[in-house]
Design a protein around this ligand. Sequence first.
Ligand SMILES: Nc1ncnc2c1ncn2[C@@H]1O[C@H](COP(=O)(O)OP(=O)(O)O)[C@@H](O)[C@H]1O
Ligand SMILES: [Mg+2]
Length: 271
Amino acid sequence: MNGQRLNVVASAGHGQFPTEPLLSLEGVGRRFGGLVAVEDVSFTLASGELVGLIGPNGAGKTTLFNLITGFTPPSSGEIRWRQKIITGAAVHRIARLGITRTFQNLRVFPNLTVFDNVSVGAIGRYRYGLLDTLLHRAARAKQVGEATWRALDQTGLLPYANELAANLSYGKRKYLEIARALAFDPQLLILDEPAAGLNDTETGELSAFLNRLNRQGLTLLLVEHDLNLVMNLCQRVLVLASGRLLAQGTPAEILANPAVQDVYLGSEEAA
Ligand SMILES: Nc1ncnc2c1ncn2[C@@H]1O[C@H](COP(=O)(O)OP(=O)(O)O)[C@@H](O)[C@H]1O
Ligand SMILES: [Mg+2]
């Protein structure tokens, strides 16, 4: 694997056998003009799973996340959430149904406080139109406040609630993004390269944190460049190459898969 030594310490998995299908993709594709970014991708996620998505740069990983979360409509195929078709649904609707995400490039509002950054997520979750806002202003404000404090607590950001986001370290800003997504109270959290830019210690802490979230019942799907993190943390791994799903399986199966090794060999950019 590209000369990288992969230290799979223990096979990932928490002893719970996932049963309930949460998300399913069938034949999902996306073209940009003549470019096929994602093609004929099918897989399912069960409730409670922690799944990694890997593949070289340009494989279509971010595009696939955009398709699931409504940022980009698919050109073909069907996406279902708890059996209901959500193909092409708007971002806010998908988020309210229970799928939220973080971005490969941080999207933090530097001039807002940490609290306000996170409450943006909670407001999105609890705002149901003007009439509702007028009728239930106090109740909604309370819900937003509670969801925000809960997300800050979960991510260890409580001590920084009143700091400007700009004053946070890069590592803390990553948790801020996750906190904003958690304030939406999702069932599925989708993370695009959460460990990018973190040092080894921070990456280890992040891995433990994501593991904890998963143990608390949150389903996670993450794209990650750091293969050690993916192979140690994830119960199942999907491999995307040139827009297509090349393989899926346990970390051990993926590491032993010759087709996967081919994709990574000679590719210094493998992510
Ligand atoms: N909005 C877009 N318009 C045109 N091409 C795009 C767009 N988004 C992604 N692509 C292209 O789709 C392919 C997959 O990109 P991306 O999903 O970002 O890959 P990855 O996240 O795996 O690195 C790339 O060739 C990229 O240039
Ligand atoms: Mg990407």
